[in-house]
Structures are given as structure tokens and as C-alpha cells.
Write a protein that binds this ligand. Structure first.
Ligand code: NAD
Length: 377
């Protein structure tokens, strides 16, 4: 039997992305999948219902979820959405298990298989499925545009009849996926870019994109290619070197994160107070609490009429067309290898990607990282 795929409207306020774009819908239908979508679900991402030729448009979420085998989502399902799903449904999307224990619990109770996009292993084979990366790249790009917009200076050097304008100085803190895209974007806009990260491998990556690497002498490589938390001495050492670079920057884009922990606090109040008048911090780590001590997630602060601290959340949602296209392709690349002739789905539990990204399956929390969620049946 071909699977019935359901794609609901994303109900989290401010979420403009959709988990399916028309091209991917067609590829799934060509494989025999029956694709259903809630009426108007993709409008916020600028895709009309008519753009999804051949997709069944369903009026209500209750009707959509009824008899769905697989659900594609961007944001984690809510308890109400889970109530509408049949037992045994497969849900694919971001799950944010660290803040959603009740949802994880309910998915176990309802025997729902949750494939969590944030748990996809960072291995070469899974790069095309890596939604953390596709969405972080968008955040890095957009964060620089926000910084350029808020800045009181031009980014490029300009030679004009009214004199020569020096290029802006941009400092990127955290050179992971978002940070590297931020460097590339700021360079394209003509800024002079410095970058900093605690992982040794990032120096070469930053330099290859044209940024000058700030060496604080702190190296903190952790497990799985991620950074580890710094000791107090390392934090002080980092602060001593970085303070000077922050003070000289027109725009700071901060992206530093440590998996499963609040964002490291790297820019303190004194560092902000020493910044140039008119300088801007775009804190892309705001969702984890932010890299700046003064960050208020989701808000823009004017610090003493000197420095703007902009802390947007869910930045990829602000570029909904490409964010949805990339995300939808990530989902397709994850699921399509297991779609058999006639549109049937057979997940392979021996497959490293499937077994690692499964948050819940057969009434249990499968992910070692989140097994502490107690299941009482
Ligand atoms: P992330 O979002 O967890 O963190 C962003 C950056 O912050 C990281 O580069 C981290 O080193 C840095 N950071 C943490 N603490 C810091 C501090 N105190 N000061 C300065 N910087 C700090 O990272 P990410 O963007 O998700 O990528 C993490 C790693 O995963 C990278 O090595 C990346 O190359 C790798 N990766 C691999 C694949 C793959 O092979 N499939 C895909 C994506 C990413």
C-alpha cells in the first residue's frame, strides 16, 4: 500500500516555513506516495495550493491527520496535533526534545515514531539530510544582512566624489555552519572580516573564506567535531584577547553554541560599553540564551544609545522560500531511500542515520541522549 503523507500548516507563531515544496511533492508522488496537504499551509512560504499539482488539499488538520502514515513538519508537533494523529504514525521534523519532554512522552504513549532532524548524525553520507546545517547557513547569511541594515556605516569601501569611505569591520564569533556563511556573506558585501572560534580546524576554514582569524590561544575541541565548554581560565583568556577586537568592530555576528548547553556568554557588558558608537551585535545564538550578556532573545536593545543588540529568533523562517526548499529536500533525502516500489515505506532500523535520528519508536525513547524521559504506560 502506498503511504499517505500529510503536511499540516505550521501553527507556531512566526513560523513561515513549510515542510514540503512543490518539487519535492512531485518527486514523492512519482514514487507512488499519496501526498496530502492542509489548505493554505504553504502560503506563508509563498507557495499557493495550486503550485502543488496533484497533491490532495485537505480543509482541516483533523481530516488531514486521520489515516496519515507519515507527517512532515518543521516545528515539533504539539500535544493537540498528536491527539489528532493515529497510533503508529511516523512524524519527521525538528523535535527539540530537550524542551519538549511532554511531547516525547506522548509520542511514546501513542506509539508514534519520531524522526528528529536535529539528531541526524553529522556524517558525510548524511550531509544532504542535515537540516541543522541547511537552516544554519540561512541564519548566517540573513544575520549579516540584518547587521548591515542596522549598521550606521556602509559595508564596502566606497570611493566617491565626497571622499573615500572605509569598509566596515565585521567580527564573526563562532565559525560553524552559520558563522562560515556569515563570513562569506560579509565578505561579499565588501566588509573587512575577522573571525573567531575555539575549534582548531576553523582557522583554515575562516582564512579560506577571506577572514582574518583571531587567535586567543584557547583551543576547545569537544566530541563529534563540536566545541566543549571553556574553563574559567580559558574564558578569561578568550575575553582578554577578544575584547580588543569587539571594541574595533562595526558589526559583531555571534553564532557560538555548544550542543545541549546554553549558549556560551562571550561578550559581557563591559565589552559592549567599549564598542564604537553606532556598533551592532547580531546575536544569532539568541535561541540558546545568546552569546552576549545583554541579549534579550527575540528583542532589539539600544544599549545606552551606543550599541544595538539584535537577537532574532527563528531566523531561517525569515527566508521562507529557500529555507522551505532546503528543508523539504533534507526530509526527502532522509526518507526516499526507504520508499519501495508502489510508494510503500520500509524504514531500515540497521541504517545508522535512521537509528540515530529516531527519537521515539515502538513506545520507547530510542535516542540515548534523551532516554531519561520516563515512559509510564
Ligand atoms: P554549533 O552550532 O554547535 O556551534 C557553532 C560554533 O560555535 C562552532 O563552530 C563551535 O566551535 C563554536 N563555539 C562554541 N563555543 C565557542 C566559544 N566559547 N567561542 C567561540 N566559538 C565557540 O556548530 P555547527 O555549526 O552545527 O557545526 C559544528 C561542527 O559540525 C563543525 O565542525 C562542522 O564542520 C561540523 N559539521 C559536520 C557536518 C557533516 O560532516 N555532515 C555537517 C555540519 C556540520
Amino acid at each position: 500500500m502506498p503511504i499517505r503523507l500529510a503536511v499540516p500548516n505550521e501553527i507556531v507563531p512566526g513560523e513561515r516555513r513549510i515542510a514540503l515544496e512543490p518539487g519535492v511533492a512531485k518527486r514523492l508522488m512519482d514514487m507512488g506516495v499519496e501526498v496530502n496537504m492542509e489548505k493554505g499551509a504553504a502560503l506563508s512560504a509563498h507557495f499557493s495550493d495550486e503550485a502543488f499539482e496533484g497533491v490532495k488539499i485537505i480543509d482541516t488538520p483533523a481530516e488531514l491527520y486521520k489515516n496519515a502514515d507519515v507527517v512532515f513538519k518543521v516545528q515539533p508537533p504539539t500535544l493537540e496535533e498528536l491527539d489528532m494523529m493515529d497510533e503508529g504514525t511516523i512524524v519527521v521534523g525538528f523535535m527539540q526534545p530537550h524542551i519538549n519532554e511532554d511531547v516525547t512522552h506522548k509520542m511514546c504513549e501513542k506509539n508514534i515514531t519520531a524522526l528528529a532532524m536535529e539528531l541526524i548524525p553529522r556524517i558525510t553520507r548524511a550531509q544532504s539530510m542535515d537540516a541543522l546545517s541547511s537552516q544554519a547557513a540561512i541564519a548566517g547569511y540573513k544575520g549579516v544582512l540584518m547587521g548591515a541594515d542596522l549598521a550606521s556605516v556602509f559595508f564596502p569601501m566606497l570611493t566617491t566624489a565626497a571622499g573615500t569611505i572605509r569598509p566596515a569591520k565585521v567580527l564573526v564569533i563562532g565559525a560553524g555552519v552559520a558563522g562560515l556563511q556569515a563570513i562569506a556573506t560579509a565578505k561579499r558585501l565588501g566588509a573587512v572580516v575577522e573571525a573567531y572560534d575555539v575549534r582548531a580546524a576553523t582557522k583554515e576554514q575562516c582564512e579560506s573564506l577571506g577572514a582574518k582569524f583571531v587567535d586567543t590561544g584557547v583551543s576547545a575541541d569537544g566530541e563529534g567535531g563540536y566545541a566543549r565548554e571553556l574553563t574559567d581560565e580559558e574564558k578569561q583568556q578568550q575575553r582578554d584577547v577578544l575584547a580588543k577586537h569587539v571594541a574595533q568592530s562595526d558589526v559583531v555576528i555571534s553564532t557560538a553554541a555548544i550542543p545541549g548547553k546554553p549558549s556560551p556568554k562571550i561578550i559581557d557588558k563591559d565589552m559592549v560599553a567599549n564598542m564604537k558608537v553606532g556598533a551592532v551585535i547580531v546575536d544569532l545564538a539568541a535561541e540558546g540564551g545568546g552569546n552576549c550578556e545583554l541579549t534579550e532573545p527575540g528583542h532589539t536593545i539600544d544599549f545606552e544609545s551606543r550599541v544595538t543588540i539584535h537577537a532574532p529568533i527563528n531566523v531561517p523562517s525569515q527566508t521562507p522560500v529557500h529555507a522551505s526548499e532546503m528543508y523539504s529536500k533534507n526530509l526527502f533525502n532522509l526518507i526516499s531511500p526507504f520508499i519501495k516500489e508502489g510508494g510503500e515505506l520500509e524504514l531500515d532500523w540497521e541504517d545508522e542515520v535512521i537509528s540515530k535520528c529516531a527519537l521515539t519508536h515502538c513506545g520507547e525513547v530510542k535516542s540515548d541522549r534523551y532516554r531519561r524521559v520516563e515512559v509510564t504506560k
